[in-house]
Each structure stands twice: as C-alpha cells, then as structure tokens.
Ligand binder design. Structure first.
Ligand code: F1P
Length: 355
C-alpha cells in the first residue's frame, strides 16, 4: 500500500503519543499563557497548515475570549498592516509540518521586526528552522510523513492546537486521550463506505461545507481530494452555500457536510435542499446518523466540540484516497506538488524597508 494510505491508518497510534505529550504539558502551557497575557492572537501557516491555522484560531478564541485570526503566512508577510493590529500584544502561532516553508519563516521574521510579543510554533520537526526561531515549540514528531499531502501530520498538529487551547481554557485536556480508540473504530467502520463513495465515477464536483470550528477542517477535506485526485472541489460555510455557489449543484455533485451540534438543524436543512437539487450527500455528524443522506458518518457525541475535531478528518482523507486510486493516480506523488514550497527570500526584501 502507498505511504499515504499507511499514514492515514496510522493516525490513531500517533494520536495516542501526541495526546499524552500535550496532556503532560498542560501546566506549562497555562503558566506560559499567564505570563504572556496577549491582547490578540494570530495563527499562520500555508496550504494545509493555513487551514489548520483557521481551526487553531477558532479554538483559541473560543477558549480565551481573546480575538484570534487564522491567516495565510503570506498575508502576514506581504500585508502586515492588515493583520497586525497591536504587535506588542500579539501572540503569533506559526504552524508548519516541515518547519522550513519560506513564507512561514519570513512571516515570523516580519512579525519580530514589527515588535511582535511572542511566537509559538507547532511543527513535526523539532530541529527545524521554525523551531529555532520560536519562543515555545510544540512538536508532533510521531506524525512525520513521507507523503507530500498532509494527513497524519495535520491531525497530530491539530491535536497539539486543541491541547494548547484546552489547557489555556481550563478544559479537561485528557479527553484528547479518548481519540485514538474512537479514531480506530471510525477507520474500521467507514473505510468501506468511503471506498465505495470514492469509486463513484458519476461524481465529479465536490463541495465541502463546514461552519464554526469545522470550517478549517472542511477546507482540509477540500484540499485533500483536490491535491490527491485532481478533482474540482470547493469549501463554504454551510449557509453561505445558498448565496450563489449552490448554482453549480447537480447530480454530478457530492456535498460533504461537517455538521456541528450547535447549528445542526440549520446545517441539516442546507444538506436536504442540496439533495433536492440532485446532489449526493455525505453527512459527518456528531451523534445520530443523518436520515436521508446517501452516506452518513456518525461521530461519538460524548466528546465536546473542541475535542472531537480530528475525527471529521478520517472519512474525508479516506474519500480522497480512494477516489485517487480509483482514477489510477498515485497519492504519494500528486501532480505539480512538492512537500515544501521553498522561495528565494531575496524576492521579499523590498518588503523589509516598506512600512
Ligand atoms: C505546507 C505545505 C502546503 C501544502 C501541502 C504540503 O508546508 O507545503 O503548502 O498544502 O499540504 O504542505 P508546511 O509549512 O506545513 O511544511
């Protein structure tokens, strides 16, 4: 089997290691936060780790009540005035699997030059350039992967972000240690239906809907099926989908909804309307399966919303993987992509003096 497949199915084992590591750091994280007391938080990454930054920011704002934003590292690098309101009061959480992506490293430099308060890094590589320039480093070493596309690296770095937010918010961080068992049960339960869905040759347009904490995860699902299987895919907040994008929905469409408990009724309504327009529905929902959805994956609802997030990734990764192999593509070697985007820093020097 491919590296990608092995990395997807190995996630529960890695989650056990990562969850134990972040639980052990709970007191240290609380103390570091209490010392820092930032007025706002910026989370930044690229591609998958930009989407992870969106989840991390939502988690941190919900747990701290402090304004938190998730942005592409390139936005902080090129337009710092649009994201840096109070550098001296800002905590930057820089997220990078490799810890070597040029935009992310230059964004940290730009943040420091603007007088940024502190940099916390989330990465899979403790010896990386990003780790070297951060004030505090959170490492998911168990999640290092051979594949270009992120799967277990994403979910393990997500676990770190969850643990950090939960520690600051005085949540029971140990709940994260329930995920490995739940993740394995989910892999066992959904592999077959996701393979069947991935092999559907009548579907060629993919929409991923997520709101609140799920929006960043929906984006990651969109990117997985795009990067691996070369499929047209888009992401929207649930209710935003009605405001124009649904014009594209038809019988060739899959609409994958990552439902929440808080907005369940409103989100389910959108999926029911899209089914009426001919779409095939994949509903990933906390608690009971969604009646009427062609494919429904129920997640354990005994975990709170902040803790269950990695479980949404399992069906989305499997769907992308099986569509890729059904199209005789190699998930380990996605077209046009490399594992890390390296750029010439000299090309950004003009931004050093400006502003
Ligand atoms: C980020 C990145 C993404 C891309 C893919 C591979 O690298 O290159 O741009 O979407 O997921 O990872 P990193 O900064 O997280 O190492």
């Amino acid at each position: 089997m491919s590296h990608t497949y092995n990395e997807i199915i190995s996630q529960p084992a890695g989650w056990a290691e990562t969850a134990a590591a972040i639980v052990a750091q709970t007191a240290a994280v609380r103390q570091a936060w209490d010392t820092l007391r930032p007025t706002n938080i910026l989370c930044a990454g690229c591609g998958s780790t930009y989407y992870l930054s969106a989840v991390a920011a939502a988690l941190l704002q919900s747990e701290t009540g402090i304004p938190a934003r998730g942005i592409p590292a390139s936005e902080l690098l090129l337009f710092p005035e649009l994201s840096l309101a109070d550098p001296a009061g800002t905590l930057l959480v820089a997220i990078s699997r490799s810890g070597t992506t040029t935009e992310t490293l230059l964004a940290v430099e730009r943040f420091r030059r603007a007088g940024g308060r502190a940099v916390w890094a989330i990465t899979c590589y403790p010896e990386s350039a990003l780790a070297a320039v951060a004030d505090r480093v959170f490492v998911a070493a168990a999640a290092q992967e051979t594949s270009v596309v992120q799967t277990r690296s994403f979910s393990n770095m997500l676990l770190l972000a969850q643990g950090i937010a939960a520690a600051i918010g005085d949540e029971d961080v140990r709940l994260l240690q329930r995920l490995p068992e739940m993740g394995q049960a989910l892999l066992d339960r959904v592999t077959e239906p996701m393979e069947a869905l991935g092999r559907r040759t009548d579907l060629d347009r993919f929409f991923f809907l997520g709101s609140g904490l799920q929006y960043g995860i929906a984006n990651e699902g969109m990117l997985k099926i795009k990067e691996m299987s070369l499929s047209h895919s888009e992401t929207y907040h649930f209710l935003e989908f009605r405001h124009g994008p649904k014009s594209l929905v038809g019988k060739e469409s899959l609409v994958a909804g990552l439902l929440s408990q808080e907005a369940y009724a409103s989100e389910r309504q959108v999926l029911e309307e899209m089914a009426q327009l001919g779409a095939t529905i994949l509903a990933i929902t906390p608690g009971e399966s969604l009646d009427g959805a062609a494919y429904s994956v129920s997640l354990p609802d005994i975990l709170p919303a902040w803790a269950r997030l990695p479980l949404y990734l399992i069906p989305l990764q499997l769907l992308a993987y099986y569509r890729t192999v059904s199209r005789n593509l190699d998930p380990d070697n996605p077209r046009n992509l490399g594992a890390v985007v390296f750029l010439d820093p000299a090309g950004f020097r003009q931004h050093d003096t400006a502003r």
